[in-house]
Write a protein that binds this ligand. Structure first.
Ligand code: EPZ
Length: 425
């Protein structure tokens, strides 16, 4: 199996580039099947989730050419057929094919989604939206079947602010008859990115990025070319690493506005953040102060950054508390960094951390994507050589992570070890 090996205590210095947004890419690719002609997506991240979605589109007759960061999707020969569970299980975002196929074909059959285990991740709000548009939704043998004679615009109030439900309902509504209003919609930048693609395909969408989105259905959508936004979570991960282990790091290809909640927290800790047009520079940070963090939906502090941020807090002077109001079980990394000498414990939906602590190398496991990123940072800080296992979680969402970190001085590599090697206590 492949593992990461990291020799810690190497200071990071130089410029690290951010790739296209994973949480945009996994929605833009399914959205393209709503067009009647080719869609070109540029600036995609080179991650396994993109490859999985390419395979899913090809499973249903799509012609997909992927050349590095550019994907050309010809959806003209896509047929409506049940999607096999195999690839569907690999990522939660495969559920966007529900909205896209319902929107295009008025029916779909998709296996229940997979993805990170962060506690219960229902899709009741997605289904509420599809039913409001006129679909019948049933759960048969572990697959979701959606059928509609026609789709008619509706007013939908989301009981929970959900990124996935907001996007999925948009996908189902753009070809429906009449106006759909999504109230209490999520406001993430990725939602704006999907709405921009759909609008350039001919959809009529207003209010993406606010909590009320209005969609007036159209007859058909055509192909277009779209450049994806930078990944604000990857950018935030690098900012946290720069604050914890950097001697002057520039993060390139970032929209500073998208990471304002993190920037504000880092400044509260005493980190200097220099914002330029599409770059953020973070000089060496010293005497970090402990802070408390509560994750919230955008534009609040992102839940996707609380795990790497908790490792930064082990280096701050004093006691900190991180509360995740979005996911109830996103603290599996706390046990792992505890094995690296971190002073950290979980209490309900919060983690309590005390510092500063010299972390010690260990063999640890990534339980999910962002927990994996947290363990990479812990390895960069630890005394000795850390081994990280189950790195497939990390490679779902961070493209060329090894090369990018090596480029700013990290001593990190991916090596293959025998399956039998046991975790050293
Ligand atoms: C998206 O997941 C992201 N994934 C997640 O990033 C991110 O953590 C999350 O939004 C919150 O920002 C993608 O975009 C592919 P939600 P999503 O629907 O859409 C509850 C990463 O690390 N909920 O906004 O699945 C849900 O249980 C990943 O890149 C319902 O109750 O998240 C959660 O508590 C991890 N019913 C909250 O809402 C529903 O029907 C937010 O979920 C849907 C969601």
């Amino acid at each position: 199996m492949d593992v990461y090996k990291i020799t810690g205590e190497k200071r990071l210095q130089g410029t690290i580039s951010v790739s296209g947004a994973k949480n945009s890419a996994v929605a833009l690719i399914p959205a393209s099947i709503l067009a009647d002609s080719p869609v070109t997506l540029e600036g995609l991240p080179e991650i396994s989730d993109v490859l999985t979605l390419q395979a899913l589109l090809e499973d249903i007759g799509g012609k997909v050419e992927l050349d590095g960061k550019t994907m050309v999707i010809d959806p003209s020969e896509i047929i409506s057929m049940p999607l096999p569970n195999g690839n569907v299980k690999k990522l939660r975002a495969s559920y966007y094919l529900m909205g896209a196929m319902l929107g295009r074909f008025k029916h779909a059959a998709i296996g229940l989604p997979g993805g990170c285990h962060l506690g219960p991740r229902p899709i009741d709000q997605h289904i509420k939206g599809f039913e409001a548009l006129g679909a019948t939704v049933t759960n048969e043998h572990g697959a979701i079947y959606l059928r509609a004679k026609e789709l008619r615009g509706a007013k939908i109030y989301l009981d929970v602010v959900s990124v996935g439900a907001t996007i999925n309902i948009m996908l189902a509504a753009v070809l429906a008859k009449g106006r759909t209003t999504i109230e209490n919609a999520a406001k993430e930048p990725e939602i704006i990115d999907v709405a921009t693609l759909l609008s350039n395909m001919g959809a009529k969408i207003k209010g993406a990025g606010t909590n009320i989105i209005r969609i007036d259905g159209v007859e058909k959508l055509h192909g277009t070319r779209h450049t994806i936004i930078p990944d604000r979570i990857e950018a935030g991960t690098f900012m946290i690493m720069a604050a914890a282990a950097g001697d002057g790091v520039t993060i390139d290809n970032v929209i500073p506005f998208h990471v304002e909640a993190l920037t504000s927290k880092l400044r509260e800790m005493g980190v200097t953040i220099v914002e330029k047009d599409e770059q953020i520079f973070i000089p060496k940070a010293e005497n970090l102060s402990a802070v408390d963090v509560k994750t919230l939906v955008y534009p609040g502090f992102p839940t996707d950054l609380q795990q790497p941020f908790s490792v930064l807090l082990t280096q701050a002077v004093g006691s900190s508390m991180i509360t995740d109001t979005v996911y109830s079980a996103r603290f599996k990394h706390i046990d792992e960094i505890g094995r690296m000498n971190a002073n950290a414990r979980v209490e309900g939906r919060s983690a309590i951390l005390a510092g500063p602590t010299q972390l010690e190398a260990a063999t640890v496991r990534a339980s999910d994507l962002r927990a994996g990123a947290a363990l990479v940072l812990a390895g960069l800080l630890a005394d000795g050589e850390t081994e990280i296992r189950d790195i497939h979680h990390i490679e779902r969402g961070y493209s060329s992570l090894i090369e990018k970190l090596q480029g700013i001085g990290a001593e990190i590599s991916k090596v293959n070890i025998s399956e039998s090697a046991s975790i050293r206590e």
